[in-house]
Design a protein around this ligand. Structure first.
Ligand code: BGC
Length: 874
C-alpha cells in the first residue's frame, strides 16, 4: 500500500492567507514496503473541489522530489481558494491513489485591493497612554453567504470580536516586524461567524511593540504615537456577488476595561468598565466617539509570513507557598512565557493583584530584581457578582512563580492556571537517555525555545528587553531546528533582518532594530548599533541552517544579497580585507574568563571576528554553488583561502600554537577549520590542557560554548566531551539543573554556589543561548545529523556515539519526509542500535565501538533496522 500523508503548502496544513505567488508543496510517503523511493509524481491544482476546472497539472514528472515542489501554474488570484492533490509512483512499481484533497488560499496579492483605511481612537494629546481602545461597527448582509474572510492588521496589537465572539486564536497580532518597512496582516475565515442581516465587528487595540515601551531605557513610541486598525472583510454570496466591509470613519470608539497594558509591565483591567454586548449587533453606541483616519504607507503591508503566537498549554500550580517574608506565592513548577488565567468571585471593586517572577531568592522569598524595569504585574478589579474569568490581552510575562498580592476570599488553586504561549510551531524533535540530569537539561532546552520563540527569537522573555538579539538566535538556531519546525518562523525574522541591514551590509545587533539611533549599548556609534561578529553572522548562518535542516533553497535565494552584503561589510572593515580587527564586538559574551566585573570574555576580538568571517565566507562558497553563482563561488573560495592564510599568520606562532590561550580561541580555530593539518593535534591538546587548568571545566561564553563538545568529539576526544557535559559542579550545564533550573540560564552562575544571585542587572533564567549544546546532544548522543549535499534529511548521517556511562539514548525527529528514529542500548558487552528511516530518503548508519572506532557503515533506504554487535573490544 502506497499512500501520501501530511501534505503541506508552504509547510502549512490547508493554509489561508498565503502571500507566496509560487507556493511550494511537500508530502510524506507511507508504504508497507522498505527502501521505497519516489520515482515520479503528479500534482494538480484546481479551482474547484471536484477537479473539473484544473488550473495546473504537472502530468507525470520523473522526480524524487517530495519537498518544495514549486507551483508553476497560471498566476494565482487574490483571496482565492485552490484545491490540490498529489499522487506518486515508487521504485517498487506501486502507484498511490490521489491524496486527500488539500486547500491553500491566497491573501490579497496586491495592496491596491485594500479599501479600508487605518483608523484610530487614541487621544491625540496623550501619546504616552497605554490604554486599550475599543472600536466597533455594525453592518447588514443580504443573501446566502458562502465565503467570508477578514483581513486585518494594526499599528499596535489588535484583537477582533465578531458578533460577540473572539475571532481566531492568534495572539499579539499582527506580530513584531520592522514596522518601518514591513507590517503583516492576518487572514481569518469567519464564514461560520456571520449571518444574513445585522452583524457587528469589534476590535481592541493595545500599544504592543509599536508604541509601547521597548528596551531597557524606558523608551516608547518607537514606531509611532497612536494605535490604529486596518480592517477589511470580504463576503461572497451564493449568487456570485461580493461585498466589502472596511474600516472607515463610520466606526465608533470607546475606552474600555483595559486601563493600561504594556508588554513588559502587565495589564490593569477594571471589569466595571466592561460594556456588555459591545461587539454584538443592536448595541446602544450613542456614547461612543468618532474615530479618526491615520495616514499610513500601504506598500509596507503584507500577508503574514511568520507563525502566529497561540496558546499552547496550560499548567496547574504545584504548590502554594508562604515565603519567609510572608508573601503568598504560587509555584507552577516550570519557567514559561505566558500569563496567568484565573477565576474569581467577589464584590464590585475587589481586586486581584499578581506579580511574576522566575526564581525565589536564597531565603525563599519572591525575587523580581532581575526583571529590571519590567513591572510584570496584573491588576484586575472585579465587577462583582457572578464568577469572573480573566486573561490579559496585550502583555505576557516570563515566570515560574506568581505572587498573589491581593485576592478576594480564599485562594483555591483549582481556579488558577498558567497559560503557555509561543509561536505555533510543530514540535519535531524529542530526546531521552539513561541519564536523568541530561534529560532535564534537554527539557530545559526545549522550554528555553518555548519561552523565547514568541513571534521572534528573543534573548529572554522576562526583563525589559525581550529583543531579537541576532547572536543568541544564531547560536541556538541548529538546536531549535531539531526541536520544532522553525521554517516559517525564521523566514519572517530573516526578512526583517534583511530589511534592517544597513546599506554597507552591517547587520543590527537586534532584529527588529530598535537600538540604532536610540540606545547606548556599549557601542561607540549609537546611530548604528550593528556589525558585531557572531551576531551579524546570523545573516549567513541562519538561512544556511534552514537549508541544511529542511532543504529549503528559496530561503538562500531570498537572503542571498543580504548574506553577501554581510561578508562585504566585514571585508571593508577588515585589515587588508582579511583580519577583522576593528569596531565594537560582544565577542565571547559573558565568558568566565572575562575580567572581574566585565561581560567581555578574554578571547581577543580580532581572533573571534576573523574566525567568524572565515566561517561565514566558507558557508557562502556552498551557497553560491547551490545557487549556481559560479563567479561568486570562485570569489568566496579565494577569499576564504586568503582569510585562512592570514589567520594562521596572525594567530598561530611558528611553532604551531595559538597565540590566544583561551578555550574559545581554540574551539573556534578547530570548529571553523582555521588550523592547518599539522597544527591540529597540538591545538586539540592545548584545548584539553586549558580545560584541565580549569579543573575540567569550561570557561566559554556565547560564542565558544555551542561548539566545545563538538570540536572535542570531532577530534577524537569523545570522552572529554562527555566529561564536560556530565559535570554537575559549577560551571557546567548540569550545575544549573542541580540548582533546580527548568530553563537555561543566561549565566553559568545565575544562582551562585552560596545561593546568592550573579547580579540584578543581567541575570535571566530563561536565555536559550547555552542551550545550543542541544545540537551536540542530538547529533552525537542521539546520533542524527544532516548531510548538506542532500539536505533536509533526504540523506541522514546516523552515528550514535555512546559514552559517559550512558546505557541508552533515544531520539525521534519528524523530518519533512517523515519520522526518523534512533535508539541505542547497551546490553552487557553488546550494543543494539535500532533505526527508522523514512521513505524517499537514505541514510548512512555508522556503528562505532567502545574505542570510538567505526566498525561498520551501512547505507540504507527506508525501513526499520536493527543492528547488534560487540561493543567492547578486549
Ligand atoms: C542580551 C544578550 C545579548 C547581549 C548582547 C544582552 O542584554 O540579553 O543575550 O546577546 O545583550 O551582548
Amino acid at each position: 500500500m502506497l499512500f501520501l500523508e501530511k501534505i503541506r503548502c508552504e509547510y502549512l496544513e490547508n493554509p489561508i492567507g498565503i502571500g507566496e505567488n509560487k507556493p511550494r508543496f511537500n508530502w510524506i510517503i507511507e508504504s508497507d514496503q522498505t527502501k521505497v523511493e519516489q520515482v515520479s509524481y503528479q500534482l494538480q491544482v484546481s479551482n474547484d473541489v471536484n477537479f473539473i476546472k484544473i488550473l495546473w497539472d504537472t502530468e507525470v514528472v520523473s522526480s524524487s522530489n517530495s519537498t518544495h515542489v514549486v507551483y508553476e501554474g497560471p498566476e494565482l488570484q487574490s483571496c482565492t481558494q485552490y484545491f490540490y492533490r498529489v499522487k506518486i509512483w515508487d521504485n517498487k512499481g506501486e502507484e498511490s491513489a490521489w491524496s486527500e484533497i488539500q486547500i491553500f488560499e491566497t491573501a490579497m496579492m496586491n495592496n491596491q485591493e485594500w479599501k479600508g483605511i487605518f483608523i484610530s481612537a487614541d487621544d491625540k494629546n496623550a501619546p504616552n497612554s497605554s490604554k486599550g481602545k475599543h472600536l466597533r461597527h455594525e453592518f447588514n448582509l443580504k443573501g446566502n453567504i458562502i465565503f467570508a474572510r477578514i483581513y486585518a492588521t494594526a499599528l499596535g496589537i489588535y484583537e477582533l470580536h465578531l458578533n460577540g465572539k473572539r475571532v481566531g486564536e492568534s495572539l499579539l497580532t499582527p506580530g513584531w516586524t520592522n514596522y518601518k518597512k514591513r507590517l503583516q496582516y492576518q487572514t481569518y475565515d469567519v464564514t461560520e461567524m456571520i449571518k444574513e442581516g445585522r452583524n457587528a465587528i469589534g476590535a481592541i487595540l493595545g500599544c504592543g511593540w509599536y508604541k509601547g515601551e521597548l528596551g531597557w531605557n524606558g523608551k516608547r513610541n518607537t514606531y509611532g504615537k497612536h494605535t490604529a486598525l486596518l480592517f477589511q472583510m470580504l463576503v461572497r454570496y451564493e449568487d456570485g456577488t461580493e461585498e466589502l466591509i472596511v474600516s472607515n470613519e463610520e466606526w465608533k470608539s470607546a475606552e474600555g476595561p483595559i486601563v493600561y497594558s504594556e508588554l513588559y509591565h502587565g495589564e490593569i483591567y477594571d471589569a466595571r468598565f466592561e460594556q456588555q454586548g459591545w461587539s454584538e449587533p443592536n448595541f446602544y453606541e450613542n456614547e461612543w466617539k468618532k474615530v479618526y483616519p491615520v495616514k499610513q504607507d500601504f506598500s509596507i503591508i503584507m500577508p503574514q509570513d511568520g507563525v502566529p503566537v497561540k496558546k499552547q498549554e496550560s499548567i496547574k500550580p504545584i504548590e502554594l507557598i508562604i515565603t519567609p517574608k510572608g508573601e503568598t506565592v504560587i509555584d507552577f513548577g516550570q519557567n514559561i512565557a505566558g500569563w496567568v488565567k484565573f477565576k474569581v468571585k467577589g464584590k464590585s471593586g475587589d481586586r486581584v493583584l499578581l506579580k511574576h517572577a522566575e526564581v525565589l531568592d536564597q531565603e525563599g522569598n519572591f525575587y523580581t530584581a532581575n526583571l529590571r524595569r519590567a513591572k510584570a504585574t496584573i491588576e484586575y478589579t472585579l465587577k462583582g457578582g457572578a464568577e469572573e474569568v480573566f486573561e490579559p490581552h496585550f502583555t505576557f510575562q516570563g515566570f515560574r512563580y506568581v505572587q498573589i498580592v491581593e485576592y478576594p476570599g480564599t485562594i483555591d488553586l483549582e481556579n488558577i492556571e498558567a497559560i503557555v504561549i509561543h509561536s505555533n510551531m510543530e514540535q519535531t524533535g524529542d530526546f531521552k537517555c539513561s541519564y536523568p540530569l541530561i534529560n532535564q537539561l534537554a527539557k530545559n532546552i526545549l522550554w528555553g525555545l518555548k519561552g523565547n520563540f514568541v513571534d521572534l527569537p528573543t534573548d529572554c522573555p522576562q526583563r525589559d528587553e525581550r529583543l531579537g538579539w541576532t547572536g543568541d538566535a544564531q547560536v541556538f538556531m541548529r538546536t531549535a531546528c531539531f526541536l520544532m519546525d522553525t521554517t516559517n518562523f525564521f523566514k519572517k525574522w530573516l526578512r526583517d533582518l534583511k530589511s534592517e541591514q544597513f546599506e554597507d551590509g552591517a547587520v543590527p545587533y537586534v532584529i527588529p532594530d530598535i537600538l540604532s539611533g536610540n540606545f547606548a549599548c556599549g557601542a561607540k556609534e549609537i546611530e548604528k548599533q550593528a556589525g558585531a561578529t557572531g551576531w551579524g553572522d546570523a545573516a549567513v548562518i541562519c538561512p544556511w541552517t534552514i537549508y541544511e535542516c529542511y532543504g529549503d533553497k528559496r530561503i538562500l535565494e531570498e537572503q542571498y544579497e543580504s548574506m553577501k552584503a554581510w561578508i562585504n561589510y566585514i571585508k571593508e572593515n577588515a585589515q587588508e580585507g582579511l583580519i577583522w580587527n576593528k569596531g565594537f564586538h560582544f565577542g565571547d559574551w559573558v565568558a568566565l574568563d572575562a575580567k572581574e566585573g566585565s561581560y567581555f570574555g578574554a578571547t581577543p576580538n580580532e581572533l573571534t571576528a576573523t574566525a567568524f568571517y572565515a566561517y561565514s565566507t566558507e558557508i557562502m562558497i556552498k551557497v553560491a554553488k547551490i545557487l549556481k553563482q559560479e563567479e561568486d563561488e570562485g570569489y568566496f573560495t579565494q577569499l576564504h583561502q586568503s582569510i585562512l592564510e592570514a589567520f594562521k599568520k596572525e594567530f598561530y606562532t611558528s611553532s604551531g600554537s595559538l597565540t590566544a590561550r583561551t578555550q574559545t580561541g581554540h574551539i573556534l580555530a578547530l570548529m571553523f577549520n582555521l588550523v592547518s593539518d599539522e597544527d591540529r593535534t597540538q591545538t586539540v591538546d592545548s584545548l584539553i590542557q586549558l580545560i584541565k587548568e580549569n579543573q575540567g571545566h569550561l570557561t566559554t561564553g556565547f560564542l565558544g560554548t555551542p561548539y566545545i563538545c563538538k570540536v572535542l568529539s570531532e577530534n577524537g576526544r569523545l570522552k572529554e566531551a562527555y566529561d564536560l557535559l556530565l559535570k554537575d559542579d559549577y560551571p557546567s550545564w548540569l550545575y544549573q539543573v542541580t540548582k533546580g533550573a527548568t530553563t537555561i540560564w543566561e549565566h553559568w552562575d545565575g544562582i551562585k554556589l552560596d545561593g546568592t544571585m550573579w547580579s540584578e542587572d543581567m541575570n535571566s533564567f530563561n536565555h536559550y543561548a547555552y542551550g545550543a549544546i542541544g545540537e551536540w546532544i542530538y547529533t552525537v548522543i542521539g546520533g542524527l545529523d544532516t548531510d548538506s549535499d542532500k539536505p533536509g534529511y533526504k540523506h541522514s548521517i546516523i552515528k550514535p556515539q555512546p559514552g559517559g556511562g550512558l546505557t541508552y539514548a533515544e531520539l525521534n525527529y519528524t523530518s519533512l519526509y517523515g519520522q526518523i528514529a534512533i535508539k541505542w542500548e547497551m546490553k552487557g558487552r553488546r550494543m543494539n542500535v535500532g533505526v527508522i528511516i523514512p521513505h524517499n530518503t537514505t541514510a548512512d548508519v555508522i556503528l562505532i565501538n567502545a574505542n570510538n572506532e567505526i566498525i561498520e557503515t551501512h547505507v540504507v533506504g527506508s525501513g526499520k533496522y536493527n543492528f547488534e554487535y560487540d561493543y567492547f573490544i578486549d
